[in-house]
Design a protein around this ligand. Sequence first.
Ligand SMILES: [Zn+2]
Length: 298
Amino acid sequence: MKLTRKEFIGGTAAFAATSHFFPALAMGGKKGTIKIRQIRNATLRVRFGGVEFLIDPWLASKAERMTFRKGPLASEVVDPAQLDIVMPMCELPIPVADVLSGVDAYVLTHLHPDHFDMASDGTAGAKLDKSVPLFVQNDNEVAIMKRSGFKDVQMFTDDGVAFRGVTLTRTFARHGTKTPCGPASGVFFTSPAEKKSLWILGDTIWCDETAKAMATLKPDVVVLNACAAQLKTYGRLIMDDADVESVCRAAPNATVIASHMDTVAHASLTRKTLKAALERRGLTSRVLMPDDGEVYKF
Ligand SMILES: [Zn+2]
């Protein structure tokens, strides 16, 4: 059958529209294209549904944020030995230009200085391309990002927001065992172009809300933040090995990735001690713990 020009153009336009919204389908309709690269701390490059996301882009060079002793939270530090540890504790594994190359959107789970570069004048994200869409958790952060020069700032919400065929849904995060140290979020990723779902839990401890969300969402791939960082007023800020065990028990079939390791001074677990703790709990084979720069595909 021969197509008329109109039908041909219509078909091409329809394909173009489809491939814009579902880039993975444009790449041959092959499902299963999730790629996660651990950059450093909570910073991840994620390809999901054919879209390239950069999560929590903290791009400071080693020691750029100095130490707790020189900052406003010195009296909050639990172990005095942590006061003089520089942050970030290590360099990015690849140049900033490579971290940023080809990114379609930035996603920030919450505006804290170990997740996003913050300047003393109250602006943020100096090293990022301000024309790339940026997704944040609330109105306050939208305002800060607009003031910082970002042209396209959107919110991921509890009902989900669509970006090129990928739905980003906000999940609750409890950022502290005592008083949470400000609002924080996780982000649940789904797409018709992916067989699997991805849940980036963000800076949260294991809590009733997380357990409930786990039961509802049934994620296939889970990224959790697990260095058990702590401060006096807020308690433990993110997951420890017991919390990681709770995640594994609640999601027995999920791939679990432990991130946010070996970069901040107030951590109470390192990759080494978390690995030993997971061994004791019989969870070695359940939890992936990437080195900075390491890539996984699912
Ligand atoms: Zn953090």
